[in-house]
Design a protein around this ligand. Structure first.
Ligand SMILES: C[S@@+](CC[C@H](N)C(=O)[O-])C[C@H]1O[C@@H](n2cnc3c(N)ncnc32)[C@H](O)[C@@H]1O
Length: 845
């Protein structure tokens, strides 16, 4: 017996078919001696044997089972007046037999039955002697059987497709039989078995096989799968065909009965809506504008494709979905290929933000004074084309040369002699017809959210070059009303939906069609054109020269006329992006614009250079100071350095010569100290071998004035700076911290001291030495100040005034400390002590 690969039964479990050979087509045994073609390998394993029989019976087609051994055997059994259990009869009939798997009592009964059926031990032994020994087979357990049956039950609830496959397989093997016939046969069998004497059946066995939900019923191996629902059948192949002819397998039925009623994308797949000579894989420039004008192409595109293989069959109707790689499969060599379009996925998902202020209006509406303008507007005489049905060179009627088209008039039956289906200039009529169908495919576009340009519109199908996609509709307003809206209603808005329709009339798409969401691009894939339909201007969005592929965002060049002052930045991302959503200029305008822009650039460059120079100068000044500027002399200068060194040495010598002087010097370290130290110290030291001649030596009383100033902070707490302490701490300490805006209070105290001064014959000019001294003691903070000054206060005669002036100066300059010292009584100390009354502060100039 041949295997039947398509049925679920064979494929589901391993069978014991190899152990049993039954020729079901031959006449079953009619007597005890007649064993027919049945041969059994091992009579010592009755359970396995019966199992095998059952399996083999299962595998026979119903037809052969109908007249199978059951009827004969039953008759034979009844002739022999032998009791037979219903299970055995069913067993032989091939309907059940699952109780045979367990050994014990039942096995015995059934072995008995078999023996009485003419398969006695003698024959078995004979057979055994003839046949080679067979391997022992494992018995199938109840569990396995239940699993198997469950598999079949599951099979019965398979999807339509699964059932179709099973059904097709059955039919292919010649096993297809109408359910009614099989049922009749089953009924006959039942009747026959009803007439048979009933044997005693154990209760558990009954429970298993009886009743509508009995386990054995469930385990019926010949499960008939339910037929597909009639509604779907009818849809696939037509009700009539269903009634009259045996039903073919579903895929075949689909293929055979594909009609125009089928959804186009089922037949066209990825290539839906695509015309044969439009190659979307080519860059824009290489794509050709089809000769056929849009509008009449919709039906023809349904049977065409661009795949290399399918292109050959262009013109013949395709009945099933083509594979994208169809053409490539034919070739022996493998090569890369590209699916022409991105896989489509919905743009806005649940939970995504939706456009808020959009009131969809799919018709234009005249608003306000636009009505009067519209009524008053001059009507051009209606255009009329002279096109014929078939143009020369096979070009479609009403193509590029159609007068109506040139005049931006749409053809209709009044102004065109070509019939509707053949005329290529009836785009709005086509659009209306398409939208009437109302499907998502017919609309063909959807709103999407862009990353940086708000919402946009995306295509969900392909559009041929020049094909109309949608209409831009909204409220038609006058220019005045438009300006008003821009000024008042939309002044805080980022997006504008205004488009000029005709002179003096503007469409405001705020309340309008989905086209209002189409964004601008400097390299667009669509264009917006005005067409007069029955004399009424309407704006249509048409696919550009390269067409539009599925999933692409629709864009057109706004050629923005800035009604408002604002110029918006463009984020289209195109290589030739103009940068703003501004008007496209003609050549003259471009030249002018270029000049203006160049001039602007030049000015900007000049200013930038100037600013850079200023900055550079400032930096230089700063860095000059930072690298050694010390007031009026640079310490980097070797001469100055040497001089300072010399002075220092002298200072030290002078300090040694007089404790008193040293103390004073220490106190006044910094400016005052330096001042004194800068005196010709060699001369002050008796016998020190000073180089200069000491003209005279005298002791003078010096009145020191110490100013203690306090910077007041919030509250009364202030940072007190003690000039004297600063003086004692060293030159650096005397130099105040950076000027502060906080108020300063100063206390002036005076104390008298005596010092001995030796004067040289030629004292150095005071100013020079003062400068030198200051050079040595400047600190960085002082360097930060732009304006610095040294105030040399006049000597003793105006001592009080001097002191006050010093203090006042210090306070005015925002410094914390000031030291004043003046000579008392030593009026002859020309040039030296006179300058010891010194205040310092911010240096200016
Ligand atoms: C007619 S609407 C387009 C739909 C708009 N994106 C929305 O979300 O409603 C025009 C506005 O969209 C924005 N827009 C359109 N194209 C743009 C582009 N390429 N770059 C920047 N903004 C753009 C501008 O704000 C413009 O005023």
């Amino acid at each position: 017996m041949a295997n039947t690969p398509m049925t679920t039964r064979e494929s589901s479990t391993s069978s014991s078919l190899s152990d049993v050979d039954i020729d079901a087509s031959t006449t079953p045994p009619t007597s005890q001696a007649d064993t027919g073609e049945m041969s059994i390998s091992s009579a010592k394993k009755p359970a396995a044997l019966l199992d095998a029989i059952e399996e083999s019976v299962e595998r026979r087609p119903r037809r052969s089972r109908a007249g199978g051994p059951s009827s004969y055997n039953l008759k034979q059994l009844s002739d022999a007046q032998l009791p037979i259990s219903s299970s055995a009869s069913r067993n032989v009939s091939g309907l059940t037999g699952r109780t045979l798997v367990d050994g014990g009592e039942n096995d015995e009964v059934e072995v008995e039955d078999l023996k009485k059926m003419g398969m006695g031990k003698g024959e078995e032994e004979e057979e055994e002697a003839e046949l080679p020994p067979r391997p022992l087979q494992r018995k199938t357990s109840v569990k396995d059987r239940v699993k198997k049956a469950a598999g079949r039950v599951v099979g019965s609830v398979l999807g339509k497709r699964g059932r179709d496959v099973v059904e097709a397989g059955k039919r292919k093997l010649g096993r297809g039989k109408s359910r009614s016939t099989a049922d009749d046969e089953d009924e006959n069998e039942d009747e026959a078995s009803d007439t048979e004497p009933q044997a005693e059946v154990p209760r558990w066995k009954k429970a298993l096989e009886m009743g509508p939900k009995g386990l054995l019923d469930e385990l019926d191996l010949d499960v008939d799968l339910p037929a597909p629902p009639p509604a779907k059948k009818a849809r696939l192949s037509g009700k009539e065909a269903m009634k009259d002819s045996p039903q073919p397998s579903a895929p075949l039925a689909k293929a055979a009965t594909a009609t125009t009623s089928m959804k186009p994308w089922i037949r066209e797949g990825l290539y839906v809506g695509q015309s044969p000579d439009f190659d979307a894989t080519q860059p824009g420039g290489k794509r050709k504008l089809t000769k056929k004008r849009p509008g009449s192409s919709s039906s023809s595109t349904l049977t065409t494709t661009t795949t290399p293989g399918a292109a050959e069959s262009s013109g013949s109707k395709r009945t099933f979905l083509p594979l994208p790689m169809f053409g490539y499969l034919k070739e022996e060599k493998t090569r890369d290929f590209r699916i022409p379009y991105d896989v489509f996925a919905p743009s806005l998902r649940k939970g995504d933000e939706r456009p808020k202020d959009w009131h969809q209006v799919n018709r234009n509406r005249l608003v306000g004074e636009a009505k009067q303008i519209w009524e008053k507007s001059e009507r051009l005489p209606a255009s009329r084309c002279v096109c014929r049905a078939t143009e020369v060179d096979g070009e479609q009627a009403c193509g590029d040369h159609c007068l109506n088209r040139v005049m931006q008039y749409e053809c209709n039956d009044d102004n065109c002699a070509v019939k509707g289906g053949e005329c290529g200039n009836r785009c709005f009529a086509d659009l209306t017809a398409r939208l009437k169908k109302g499907g998502a495919f017919d609309v063909g576009v959807e709103v999407l959210r862009t990353p940086n340009r708000g919402f946009g519109v995306r295509s969900c199908r392909t559009w041929g070059p020049g094909e109309i996609i949608m209409e831009y509709t909204g409220e038609i307003v006058s220019e005045g009303e438009c300006q008003r809206r821009m000024r008042e209603d939309y002044k805080d808005k980022q997006c504008y939906y205004l488009m000029e329709l005709e002179r003096g009339l503007i469409i405001d798409g705020t309340k309008g069609s989905m086209a209002r969401f189409i964004n601008h691009s400097c390299e667009p894939n669509c264009e917006v054109r005005m067409v007069k339909v029955n004399g009424t201007p309407r704006m249509g969005v048409f696919a550009g020269e390269g067409g539009v592929a599925t999933g692409q965002e629709l864009t057109y060049d706004y050629n923005f006329d800035n009604f408002g002052e604002k110029v918006q930045m463009c984020y289209c991302g195109a290589a030739s992006c103009r940068g703003t959503l501004s008007k496209r200029l003609n050549k003259d305008e471009q030249k002018k614009q270029l000049k203006v822009e160049n001039e602007k650039k030049r000015k900007a460059a000049e200013e930038a250079q100037k600013a850079a120079e200023d900055e550079e100068r400032k930096k230089r000044v700063k860095s000059d100071r930072g690298s050694g500027w010390r007031g009026w002399a640079s310490v980097d200068d070797p001469e100055v350095k040497a001089r300072l060194k010399e002075e220092k040495r002298e200072r030290e010598a002078a300090a040694k010569s007089s404790d008193r002087a040293r103390r004073l010097a220490a106190r006044g370290s910094g400016v005052v100290g330096a001042r004194i130290m800068s005196l010709p110290a060699a001369a002050t030291e008796k016998g020190t071998g000073g180089k200069r001649d000491v003209k005279r030596r005298r002791t003078v009383a010096v009145e020191e004035t110490v100013t203690r100033s306090t910077q007041l902070g919030e509250g009364d707490e202030g940072d007190e700076v003690d000039a004297e302490a600063g003086a004692e701490a060293g030159a650096e300490a005397v130099v105040p911290a950076a000027a502060s805006s906080r108020p300063v209070s100063a206390t002036v105290t005076t104390r008298k001291t005596e010092i001995t001064i030796s004067e040289t014959a030629e004292p150095e000019p005071v100013a020079d030495r003062l400068v030198t001294a200051l050079d040595g003691v400047h600190d960085d903070e002082e360097e930060e100040e732009e304006e610095e000054e040294v105030v040399v206060v006049a000597p003793a005669k105006t001592k009080k005034q001097s002191i006050m002036k010093s203090v006042g100066q210090a306070v005015r300059n925002g410094l914390f400390g000031a030291v004043g010292a003046k000579a008392l009584g030593g009026g002859g100390g020309k040039g030296v002590l006179k300058q010891s009354t010194l205040s310092f502060g911010k240096r200016s100039g």
